[in-house]
Design a protein around this ligand. Sequence first.
Ligand SMILES: Cc1cc2nc3c(=O)[nH]c(=O)nc-3n(C[C@H](O)[C@H](O)[C@H](O)COP(=O)(O)OP(=O)(O)OC[C@H]3O[C@@H](n4cnc5c(N)ncnc54)[C@H](O)[C@@H]3O)c2cc1C
Length: 385
Amino acid sequence: MQHDVELLILGGGCAGLSLAMQLAQHGQRAPSTLILEQRASYKNDRTWCFWGDAKTPFAQQAAHQWQTFKVVGAGQERRLDCSETPYRMLTAEQFYNAAAAALATVPQMRLKMESTVNSEPQLRQGRWHFETPEGAFSAASVVDTRPQRLPAQDGALLWQSFYGLEIACAQPVFEPSCVELMNFSAATPERVAFTYVLPLSSTRALVEFTVFAVAPFTSDALALDLQSAIAQRVKGAAFTVLRSEQGVLPMGLAGLQATGPSADPAYVRVGLFAGAARPATGYAFQRIQRWAADCGRAMANGGSPIGHPQEPALRGWMDTVFLNVVRRQPELAPQLFMALFSGVASQRVIRFLGESARLSDFVAMVWALPHRPFLRQLFSLPRSL
Ligand SMILES: Cc1cc2nc3c(=O)[nH]c(=O)nc-3n(C[C@H](O)[C@H](O)[C@H](O)COP(=O)(O)OP(=O)(O)OC[C@H]3O[C@@H](n4cnc5c(N)ncnc54)[C@H](O)[C@@H]3O)c2cc1C
């Protein structure tokens, strides 16, 4: 049987469902939409964190928020106040439930689970056609959020790999009011590594071990480091594992492919592997929300879908230079991050991470960083994003 819709969204994860939620807000003006998702059901498989004031998308639904975070490395500890834009955590479960509730209000929009799309789409008479094991689909517009296959070595300037466990400890060992954003391990020439801790109470936390390197790391390769990071924090107390999360994020995509199989503007690629993530940090959630709002508005007004916007020139350039320095000298990273967090007012760093940096923030950051590795990078051939 052939299913014909105005919009086909391939992949019902963060980007696909964020767009669906935005379109659902337009009610009857939303195009008839089918979301094809390969998973059989949603699990609480991740947490999305972001800095934001009360008006930031999903700020009110966040399960936790913190007013302070700390960074530890190069023999220093620095605590920063983020009460103006608290660090907030949304669970995947909350997000998927919100999407299901939004879709239930719009009869012309439908999510189909256990639908894997691996076939090459065909453009015939102005419509995109897909064959799947569940049948044939055609659509006037396609938003493709499926991860693209990138070469492990050179697909990105760096890869961010992480493995985390949410644990419940028999004794109070965590400081619930303060996120441990980056606690650097001893630096090596191969990788930058740090532990990230989201304390959910004095006895419960998500503890993650993260690596930036030129190639991805599997969670097996990170397991020993994660165990020792947990051991350092629980100090011998008994604990149980509640759930795990893991990921591999490209930082600075080498060849960004944001268009579809042809130059047809009605087919766009979006999501983590098509420019959703901030190159220098891997944070993508709020960028996806901004894109989804813009794309949803354009489509509700009868336009074509739109992809992620290009990085603004100055920020894109700074991210490229920074990633190249870390790629070339990973052992410098703890010192660089500590210089940033110690030498620049916390609100400036947060604006930079949250993408609302002003020119004065950029200047303050450049000034705070040790100049020599950056000058050396500037006078060598940079690998571009
Ligand atoms: C564990 C984890 C934690 C993260 N935490 C943060 C965070 O705290 N803050 C932040 O800003 N960013 C975070 N990120 C980065 C980013 O926000 C997420 O990766 C986000 O989910 C990216 O959205 P996406 O839609 O591109 O990918 P996904 O959410 O992974 O969605 C892609 C969807 O496509 C489906 N799919 C794949 N192939 C097919 C196919 N062939 N046919 C049909 N469907 C298919 C998948 O099942 C999936 O549902 C995190 C990433 C991970 C992995």
